[in-house]
Design a protein around this ligand. Structure first.
Ligand code: CTP
Length: 447
């Protein structure tokens, strides 16, 4: 099983099928202290084979070194004073705007937000944003009071209506100005997922106003305080599903067993840890009524102890005990299907060795879910603990679609599209939702 240390921004979707490979990404950095996180992100993008250029506002150039960014991006870094030059045949903002396949504005300060929304092109960064026709990922960062001020709220809400723009509102935490509250820029892991979403799906929030319930990871059934029955699921497939839906506008509840993933990948989700099958079942039952759709990606252990030992068993006693005292864990997916309200759509998973399809077809019928993603676990680069996957989407009914080997985030987007296609159309919300991703944007859906 691959373990992922916290801190380094890995390839969230999987290194072997990287949607950012060869992509021309313009990184636009404005004046917020969160700019200090950008050199590591630029380095990560360049190492993944993206073609990166950076543009900085004068304030950003005081916070991070343009020389470091030029070196890490392997490309000249563009500053305010570069905009107009008698040596350049074309205005720099137009050249950069047309060069970019994707633009990342991070951090987006209050000032740069205001310029952008008001259509003011009085700086290199703001005129580049006005001139580009590429999809843009914008990650705001500022002091809590600034973020809450009426002018910033108004500008941010207006930005939500911009075509081709995906926004990431700030997260809460301790800010560099010593305030505790909303204002921290989304983590670099989230910025990478946002850029990948723009490549894999685009900027449209087709899950806006929806709520998705996802289960992920293994469960643990304790034998005694020192031993448990579990499996090698890392939780990656479920977390990628949750993030794909969240970036497409959904509110997502994630019920998860012990994950072997960078915890920063959970940002923006409502996460509910649940270690055992029973705990997972209880939490799912509580959250199910609010969900428009459910994705059951957890690898639930099949059996547990009727009465786990309170004291650690000796190895001889352990062997003797294992011959009896087991109980079957209820089929949580079947329970969800039996309890669901009309219109709720459910996706199940089936990991198999050998001939996957016949087993999966039988499982789809047995479980009664709308869709089933069947994947092999005995092929390299598929199944447990790796960043890629392959398989078949079965359903609805007898429909079957092959998914070739690709990154798990790409599989996740394809599954979210398949699940979304089954949902009933939303009734228009009373007032237009207008909020960034991290700040939460539930418009309708609680039945
Ligand atoms: N599942 C569940 N509760 C269980 C076991 C499985 O909800 N106790 C769900 C999984 O989350 C998955 C689907 O059922 O979405 C299929 O899981 P799988 O382990 O393949 O199926 P089982 O029912 O355990 O059947 P078997 O292991 O015999 O193939």
């Amino acid at each position: 099983m691959r373990s992922e240390p916290a801190g380094s921004p890995p390839t969230p979707g999987g290194a072997d099928h990287d949607p950012l490979l060869g992509c021309r990404i313009l990184v636009a950095i404005s004046g917020s202290i969160a700019a200090v996180k950008l050199p590591a992100l630029v380095s990560a993008l360049a190492q993944r084979g993206a073609l990166v250029r950076c543009v900085l506002t004068p304030s950003a150039a005081r916070l991070v070194s343009p020389v470091a960014l030029a070196s890490l991006s392997r490309s000249p870094c563009h500053l305010e004073e570069d905009q107009w030059s008698h040596r350049a045949p074309r205005p720099l903002h137009v050249e950069l705007a047309e060069w970019a396949e994707l633009v990342l504005v991070a951090p987006l300060s209050a000032t740069s937000l205001a310029r952008w929304v008001q259509g003011s092109g009085d700086t290199l960064l703001s005129s580049t944003l006005l001139a580009t026709e590429a999809p843009v990922l914008a990650a705001a960062a500022m002091n809590t009071a600034m973020w809450g001020s009426p002018g910033v709220r108004r500008n941010w809400e207006e930005l939500q209506g911009f075509e081709r723009v995906l926004t990431l509102g700030p997260a809460s935490g301790l800010l560099a100005c010593d305030r505790q509250g909303s204002g921290r820029m989304a983590e670099p892991q989230q910025l990478l997922l946002g850029l990948e979403t723009l490549r894999l799906h685009g900027w449209r929030r087709d899950w806006q106003g929806r709520r998705l319930l996802v289960s992920a990871g293994p469960t643990r059934e304790w034998l005694d305080p020192a031993r448990c029955l579990t499996n090698p699921s890392s939780g990656r497939m479920g977390v990628m599903l949750a993030q794909a839906a969240r970036f497409r506008g959904a509110e997502v509840d994630l019920v998860h067993g012990p994950l072997n993933l960078d915890p920063l990948l959970l940002e923006g989700l409502h996460a509910y840890p649940a270690e055992s099958g029973a705990a997972m079942g209880e939490t799912l039952k509580r959250l199910q009524p609010a969900a428009d759709a459910v994705a059951m990606a957890a690898a639930v252990a099949d059996h547990g102890r009727a009465a786990p030992e309170v004291r650690k068993l000796s190895k001889q006693d352990l062997l003797a005990t294992l011959s009896g005292g087991w109980c079957e864990i209820p089929d949580l997916l079947a329970e969800l299907v039996a309890r669901r309200a009309s219109g709720q759509r459910i996706l199940g998973f089936a990991a198999h060795s050998g001939d996957v399809l016949p087993q999966a077809r039988a499982k789809l019928l047995r479980k009664g879910c709308d869709l089933l993603f069947a994947n092999p676990i005995d092929r390299p680069q598929a199944g447990f603990g790796v960043s890629s996957n392959e398989g078949w989407i079965l359903g609805p009914g007898s429909r079957e679609r092959r998914i070739e080997s690709t990154g798990k985030f790409s599989v996740a987007h394809q599954l979210i599209s398949a699940l979304g296609a089954l949902l009933d159309p939303l009734t228009p919300p009373a007032e237009a939702p207008a909020e960034g991703l991290a700040a939460g944007r539930r418009a309708a859906a609680d039945p």
